[in-house]
Design a protein around this ligand. Structure first.
Ligand SMILES: CC(C)(COP(=O)(O)OP(=O)(O)OC[C@H]1O[C@@H](n2cnc3c(N)ncnc32)[C@H](O)[C@@H]1OP(=O)(O)O)[C@@H](O)C(=O)NCCC(=O)NCCS
Length: 207
């Protein structure tokens, strides 16, 4: 889906390509787990490990894509620079009409409202042309920035769970949140997002 573009006041989001992967790897840091389900290679140095993760994650999302189970990875760009990745996921989307999301930004670009802009962009895609009814998300209870983005965009509490920690042995609390179409539309948050190039992507979502 090379033509899809999501524009916010400062950012452009577009589907990740293989050529983007070195720049994507460069945005990763120790606190930005690209995908907790990826294998870890403890003998690799940090930068090689990030590059492997960026490539495996990309190929997984492309190789496993189906209308019943998809993950759209968009690079978040500020001018010419790739500053992070914003993902949107759908499992059994045609029935559940629910999307999940995940994101990370390079450390030096956080805390300036761009995390909110990137999330708002994919929510506009989800509640707009994709026709979602719900957006869910999850974050560790101590991840104030991720929880802050969700709360600012109108997500409401949707329970907690105990999960194996990805920061060490033992378990920790994962907080779940949910945004309804009604709350999204009432918020007007989608108005500032411009979406183009979606029509040719529609069949890939089974729509
Ligand atoms: C999560 C992430 C993408 C958010 O991007 P960001 O640019 O930092 O977020 P923004 O500046 O757009 O917004 C953060 C919101 O959380 C709030 N926030 C941030 N840190 C906070 C803190 N320590 N305490 C309370 N609120 C906090 C901000 O005030 C803001 O909300 P507001 O506009 O209502 O005030 C980014 O921090 C990141 O890459 N983190 C590491 C990876 C990660 O944890 N990803 C999510 C995995 S679930």
């Amino acid at each position: 889906m090379p033509e899809l573009r999501l524009r916010t006041s400062d950012l452009l989001l577009r589907p990740t390509t293989e050529a983007d992967l070195p720049a994507v790897a460069a945005t990763l840091s120790a606190d930005a787990t690209i995908n907790p389900r990826l294998p870890r290679f403890s003998a690799l140095d940090e930068s090689t490990s990030r590059a492997v993760s960026a490539h495996q994650s990309y190929w997984q999302s492309v190789g496993n894509w189906s209308p019943d189970s998809w993950r759209l990875d968009l690079v978040v760009t500020l001018g010419e620079r790739i500053i992070g990745v914003q993902s949107l996921e759908g499992e059994d989307f045609l029935v559940l009409r629910t999307v999940d999301s995940a994101s990370y930004l390079a450390r030096d670009t956080r805390g300036r409202g761009w995390g909110k802009q990137a999330r708002r962009a994919v929510l506009a895609l989800a509640f707009g042309p994709l026709g979602a009814d719900y957006a869910i998300t999850s974050a560790w209870h101590h991840n104030a920035a991720s929880l802050g983005v969700s709360k600012a965009l109108g997500y409401k509490p949707n329970g907690e769970s105990r999960e194996r920690s990805d920061a060490g042995p033992g378990a920790d609390t994962m907080v779940h949140l949910r945004l309804t179409r009604t709350d999204w539309e009432a918020s007007g948050h989608g108005a500032s997002v411009k979406i183009s190039g979606f029509e040719r992507c529609r069949p890939l979502f089974g729509l």
